[in-house]
Design a protein around this ligand. Structure first.
Ligand SMILES: [Zn+2]
Length: 77
């Protein structure tokens, strides 16, 4: 329903964006003291939202576009 969208907060800049307009992405968070440590103690996935400008800046759209091109150019077996 337009006009009654719940707002989500952009994870990068903190701007409020409607849920329909926000770009969803997944972030993997690793808990540990040393980032080079091989045994990760705890790992979790968090759903994050970005506003359109931040998503564009981070290349989320570009990735999707590249993937679409790759799938389109895939040789037919
Ligand atoms: Zn943003």
């Amino acid at each position: 329903m337009r006009g009654r969208d719940s707002l989500v907060r952009c994870d990068n800049c903190g701007r409020n964006v409607p849920r329909t307009k926000a770009v969803q992405d997944e972030k993997i968070i690793r808990y540990g003291t040393d980032p080079n440590e091989k045994d990760i103690k705890f790992m979790t996935r968090r759903k994050v939202y970005y506003c359109i400008s931040c998503a564009k800046h981070r290349g989320i759209f570009e990735k999707k576009k590249e993937r679409a091109i790759r799938l389109a150019n895939r040789p037919q077996l």
